[in-house]
Write a protein that binds this ligand. Sequence first.
Ligand SMILES: C[S@@+](CC[C@H](N)C(=O)[O-])C[C@H]1O[C@@H](n2cnc3c(N)ncnc32)[C@H](O)[C@@H]1O
Length: 311
Amino acid sequence: MKKMKIYRNYRKSNSITLFNGDSKKLLKKIESESVDLIITSPPYCMKKAYEDPKDDIRTFRQQHIDIFKDIYRVLKPGGSICWQVGYHVTNICLIPLDYIVYDIFTSENDDLEYPILLRNRVIWTFGHGLNSTQRFSGRHETVLWFTKGSDYNFDLDKVRVPQKYPGKLSYKGPNKGNLSGNPLGKNPSDVWEIPNVKANHIEKTEHPCQFPVAIPQRFIKALVPEGGVVFDPFMGSGTTGVASILENCKFIGAEILTEYYSIATHRIKNAINGNSVFRPDIPVLEPNPNMSVSKLPEEFEKIRRIKNGEY
Ligand SMILES: C[S@@+](CC[C@H](N)C(=O)[O-])C[C@H]1O[C@@H](n2cnc3c(N)ncnc32)[C@H](O)[C@@H]1O
């Protein structure tokens, strides 16, 4: 296969476009109805290193209103949008960002030939994160998967996962006594347990908010036809680009900050050269009870006993 080449300026014929600038500007150049999947995680306006400290929830809303028309225009009929967001956290409360995205992305449906239709609200759950003391610790975010119109591509067989009990038999009906599962594995469902990219994750770069390769990779496998076009308007460290290359797709990405743009370019070049570092999308294992970190430290045990009134 011909080696993919990276271009900085968009042309429809490019196999990979990595744009260092504002995605609004890039969007204006992308040809209408040319993209199969738009998948991204936008800024949550939470005062991260890459955000303006003045940005707040109104900024989040406005940024989405500003780009939606072009997002819709560049997507092919039958194409998909996967928007990965969490919560906007203030010192008063949490605001679920997917409500805002849903509202904006579906607000024009009455006037559209191909309405934007929600197919799944995937719960992405992970084992680690900040520990809260005043509420339950947050261990999930969501991905809204929409399609443009009702005739869309979905290849379930490409993303089946192993059954816990593959030998299970039907216990009633005409198939009683026969194997009840699909030989290729089961539907991964709309709850995905995939480790988030924290300090010890093999995919970790200097970017503060990466999502793991497995998230875009699963969507690309299921939703994008062979050789299709994937677009990430807020590509950060280039995770979606890496997943696109692993799945033999074309990729268009925008990143406004040069520091992250360089990381993305480096990762995507490695992927092109077959040197990508990523955690394969395999089920999360149970903890190994023999590892020293799995054992309950004596001091914890003592405090628990005191709390239980045992001393
Ligand atoms: C949540 S991060 C995306 C992280 C990415 N999913 C990854 O795995 O690395 C959002 C990114 O959007 C970038 N960004 C913010 N506004 C932008 C804009 N108008 N155009 C392009 N990129 C932008 C930020 O610098 C940040 O790197």
